[in-house]
Design a protein around this ligand. Structure first.
Ligand code: UDX
Length: 437
C-alpha cells in the first residue's frame, strides 16, 4: 500500500521504517529539515536500537523516502499522523498544536476513500473533532484512531510485533470501510496472530490513556510500598518478587526506584486528569494526582538519601550520576528523573558529574549547567559518591572492587535497585538502595 507518515519523531520515524519493512511504499513527512536530511541518509535522529539498520535495509529497497513537502501525501491512500502532544506550558492539559496543524496541512491532499489514521496520544474527543474536518474536506475519506503502545528502546519490535491493535472508527463497527484498509496495512502482524479490536473513537483514545495510567499507577504503587518498607525496615524488591508471583498481579512494572519519567507517562496522566476535569469526571481520576505525587517524591527522597550517604552534607561533595536518560536503551531525557535529581544536587552545592552511554548531548541541551563526562572510568574518578540512576547494562556490570580503586569514598546509591548489595558491601562499599534496609 502507499502510506504517508506525518511527524518523524520517536513514534513516526520508527512507524515509517516498520511500515516499509512490512512491504508498503512509505513517505515520511516532517517540518524539521534536519530530521528529514538525517533520515534520508538512513541516520536515526535519536537513539533507538535497531532503527538505523532497519532504515538502511528498507531504504535500499526504495520503499521509504522522507520529505518536508506535505504534497507528497497526495500519492498515499493511508496517512498516519504521528506528531507529538507535549504538556502545555504551565498547565496539565495536552498541547494539540501539532496535531491540529498537521491535520490541517494534510486536508488539501486527501483523495476520495483515503484513510487518516491518528496515532498520537490525544485527549478523548479529539478524534471526533478532527473527523469532522476530514469529512468536510473529503466526504468519502475516513478518520481512524489507532493508538500506539510502543516502548522506547523496544520501538522497532513493538511496532513490527505489537501485542494488540486497536482501531477506533466512527461507528465502532467491524464493517466500517476503514477496517478492511487497516487490516491490509497490518496484514503481516494480523496473520501472525496479533489480536485486533475495533472500537468507537472515544474508546480507542481512552485505551491509550488508561493503559499509561495503569502502568504509572503500578510503578507508583510499588514506590509507595518502598516508602513503607523504608519506614519498617523491609525490602521492597523481595516484596515485589513475592506479590508478582500472583499472576493476577504480575512482576512486570513493579521495580521500585527513582520513579517514572519520559515523554509519555508523566504528561499523559496529567493530560488525562485535565481532560476528565473538562468532562466533569475529575473525581474518577483524583487518584492519579497521588500517583504523580508519589512519583515526584522519589526524586526528593534520592536527594535526601544522597545527603545521608555523604555524612549529612552535599556541599562540595563530588557526586557522579550514572545515567541521564529516562530509561536504558534510549537517549531520551524528557522528564528524566535521573537528570532532575542531578540538577537538584548541583543546586544544593554538590559538584555533580553526569555520565551516560547515549544521552549526554540531549542532557547538555536541557541542563547546560551540569558537568558531563562520556567515559565511565573518568566520570567515577575521585567521586565521593556514585548514584546509579539509569540502569544501563554497563552500570549494572560495574565491578565493586575495580570501581573502589577509582573513587575517593566507597559510597553508592542504587536508584534502580539493580546492584547486588551484598557483593558491593563485601567490597567495602556503603550501599543504599531504595526501599531496602
Ligand atoms: C510508555 C508505555 O510503556 C508505552 O506503552 C507507551 O506507548 C508510551 O509510554 P516508555 O515511555 O517508552 O513507554 O517507557 P516505559 O518502559 O513504560 O517506562 C516508563 C518509565 O517508568 C521509565 O522512566 C522507567 O524507568 C520507569 N519504570 C518502569 C519504573 O520505574 N519501574 C518499572 O518497573 C518500570
Amino acid at each position: 500500500m502507499r502510506i504517508s507518515v506525518i511527524g518523524c519523531g520517536y513514534l513516526g520515524a520508527v512507524h515509517a521504517a516498520c511500515m516499509a519493512k512490512l512491504g508498503h511504499e512509505v513517505v515520511g513527512i516532517d517540518i524539521d529539515e534536519s530530521k528529514v536530511l538525517a533520515l534520508s541518509s538512513a541516520e536515526a535522529p535519536f537513539y533507538e536500537p535497531g532503527l538505523e539498520d532497519l532504515l538502511r535495509e528498507v531504504q535500499s529497497t526504495g520503499r521509504l523516502t522522507f520529505t518536508t513537502d506535505m504534497s507528497a501525501a497526495s500519492n498515499s491512500q493511508v496517512h498516519f499522523v504521528c506528531v507529538g502532544t507535549p504538556q502545555k506550558k504551565g498547565e496539565n492539559g495536552a498541547d494539540l498544536t501539532f496535531v491540529d496543524a498537521s491535520m490541517t496541512a494534510l486536508l488539501p491532499y486527501l483523495s476520495a476513500g483515503d484513510v487518516v489514521v491518528g496515532k498520537s496520544t490525544v485527549p478523548v474527543g479529539t478524534a471526533a473533532r478532527v473527523s469532522e474536518w476530514v469529512e468536510q474536506r473529503q466526504p468519502s475519506a475516513h478518520l481512524v484512531w489507532n493508538p500506539e503502545f510502543l516502548r522506547e528502546g523496544h520501538a522497532v519490535s513493538d511496532t513490527l510485533h505489537p501485542d494488540r491493535l486497536v482501531y477506533g472508527v466512527s461507528d465502532g463497527s467491524e464493517d466500517h470501510p476503514a477496517v478492511a484498509i487497516l487490516d491490509k496495512v497490518y496484514s503481516a502482524p494480523l496473520t501472525s496472530g496479533t489480536p485486533r479490536l475495533v472500537t468507537d473513537l472515544p474508546t480507542a483514545e481512552l485505551v491509550k490513556a488508561a493503559a499509561n495510567s495503569f502502568l504509572a499507577t503500578k510503578i507508583s504503587f510499588i514506590n509507595a510500598m518502598a516508602e513503607v518498607c523504608e519506614a519498617a525496615g523491609a525490602d521492597v524488591t523481595q516484596l515485589a518478587d513475592a506479590i508478582g508471583m500472583d499472576d493476577r498481579i504480575g512482576r512486570k512494572f513493579l521495580n521500585a526506584g527513582i520513579g517514572f519519567g519520559g515523554g509519555c507517562l508523566p504528561k499523559d496522566i496529567r493530560a488525562f486528569m485535565a481532560r476528565a476535569g473538562e468532562l466533569g469526571a475529575d473525581q474518577a481520576l483524583t487518584f492519579l494526582r497521588e500517583v504523580d505525587a508519589i512519583n515526584m517524591r522519589r526524586r526528593t527522597r534520592v536527594v535526601e538519601l544522597a545527603r545521608d550517604l555523604c555524612d549529612g552534607s552535599r556541599l562540595g561533595k563530588r557526586i557522579t550520576v550514572l545515567g541521564a536518560a529516562f530509561k536504558p536503551e534510549s537517549d531520551d531525557v524528557r522528564d528524566s528523573p535521573a537528570l532532575s535529581i542531578a540538577a537538584q544536587l548541583q543546586l544544593q552545592g554538590a559538584v555533580v558529574t553526569v555520565t551516560d552511554p547515549k544521552a549526554l548531548a540531549n542532557a547538555a541541551r536541557r541542563f547546560p549547567e551540569l558537568h558531563y563526562e562520556a567515559d565511565t572510568a573518568r566520570a567515577v574518578q575521585n567521586a565521593d559518591a556514585l548514584l546509579l540512576l539509569t540502569e544501563w547494562q554497563e552500570y549494572r556490570d560495574l565491578d565493586p572492587y575495580e570501581t573502589a580503586v577509582a573513587v575517593s569514598s566507597l559510597r553508592v546509591l542504587d536508584g534502580r535497585n539493580v546492584l547486588d548489595s551484598s557483593k558491593w558491601r563485601a567490597a567495602g562499599w556503603s550501599y543504599r538502595g531504595l526501599g531496602r534496609p
